[in-house]
Design a binder for this molecule. Structure first.
Ligand SMILES: [Zn+2]
Length: 341
């Protein structure tokens, strides 16, 4: 069991094969933020009678606000599902000032351990509010009912430390780091990665140990990022490719897959142990090929060619290798050559 100290956002952690059973009977009046499939596989186990069950239609702030206004009086909000459901529940918990309970049904993103809700403002990513799960419920039975590759996707936001930490180092070397640079934070990120590298078969097979490695990886990541007040070790150029693609194609992706694709391409741009990190992603069976995300070769090439001007138009994005890059069509075509379309 992992020790929860003051530096993590998770107030209480409940784990086990049936950790969510009967939850609905012990949290007072509650509402649920979910989606059809996750709610179907959990409602009986969670039990109780929710005041309202909201199926997430979009993460646009305007929709979330309308929905918040309509909610009946509740003591708690339970987020049941993947990143969107958990983020929507965080948003409601923050807006209404009520207790948050997070029941991730897949581990595909780190939303269940981070305080801010990732929403969309006019299709652009925005992180707002602050909410801590009390408790975070890791029910192995529920989580393993999801397709294994969606849980494996959870490692995407951890492996992104490989490229993001590189970017922070890089920005610092150019005198462009937006935050005080911390060698110690980078060291801690490397420690988390090393532990994961030793557990790739467990994660690939989604054993209890493998699933907990992802959850603990996220919680440890927060002990680096929350006190620092930013996610520089975990978010960098690999995420910026995802933002570009999301805006270009106007549709969501499985976060870990698209971040995996970002790691694949940006580690090449960085000259940052590409062969090694590609092998890690293969060993753990993280899907990252454009084919699985329905991304066409031409769209990906266009995205890469546009990447520098995309980040330059968004001064809020941190300084990364992209800012000094000169991505040509030749480079982009060579970089995507081994990917499946
Ligand atoms: Zn991410």
């Amino acid at each position: 069991m992992i020790h929860l100290d003051g530096e993590t956002n998770v107030k209480d952690l409940r784990t086990g094969a049936d950790a969510a059973r009967g939850l609905g009977k012990e949290i007072g009046k509650f509402c649920v933020m979910s989606m059809e499939i996750p709610w179907k596989v959990t409602r009986e186990k969670i039990g109780g009678s929710p005041e309202a069950v909201i199926m997430i239609e979009t993460m646009e702030e305007s929709w979330l606000d309308i929905m918040c206004d309509k909610l009946p009086d509740c003591d708690s909000v339970v987020g049941v599902g993947g990143g969107m459901a958990i983020d929507a529940a965080k948003y409601v918990s923050w807006k209404k000032g009520i207790r948050l309970i997070s029941v991730p049904t897949i581990l595909s993103v780190d939303a269940f351990t981070t305080p801010a809700a990732g929403i969309r403002r006019n299709h652009e990513v925005a992180y707002v509010g602050h909410a801590s799960p009390d408790p975070l419920v890791i029910d192995f039975g529920i989580i393993r009912s999801a397709p294994p590759e969606l849980n494996i996707a959870g490692i995407g936001d951890l492996l992104s430390m490989h490229t993001a930490s590189f970017d922070w180092n890089y920005a610092n070397s150019k005198g462009k780091s937006e935050y005080p640079f911390s060698e110690k934070a980078i060291g801690k990120a490397v420690d988390i990665l090393e532990i994961l590298y030793g557990l790739l078969p467990e994660i690939k097979n989604t054993t209890d140990k493998g699933l907990m490695a992802i959850v603990e990886g996220y919680i440890k990541l927060n002990t680096i990022c929350l006190p620092a007040g930013h996610f520089r070790v975990e978010e960098g150029s690999e995420h910026y490719l995802f933002y570009e693609l999301e805006e270009r194609l106007k549709r969501p992706f499985v976060h870990g897959y698209i971040v995996g694709l970002g790691i694949y391409l940006l580690s090449q741009l960085q000259g940052n142990r590409f062969d090694f990190i590609r092998q890690v992603m293969k060993d753990v069976a993280l899907p990252y090929d454009p084919k699985i995300m329905d991304i066409r070769r031409e769209d990906l090439i266009s995205s890469l060619l546009n990447l520098r001007s995309f980040v330059e138009c968004r001064p809020k994005l941190w300084y990364t290798v992209i800012n000094d890059s000169n991505i040509t069509r030749e480079w982009a075509e060579a970089a995507v050559e081994d990917l499946k379309f």
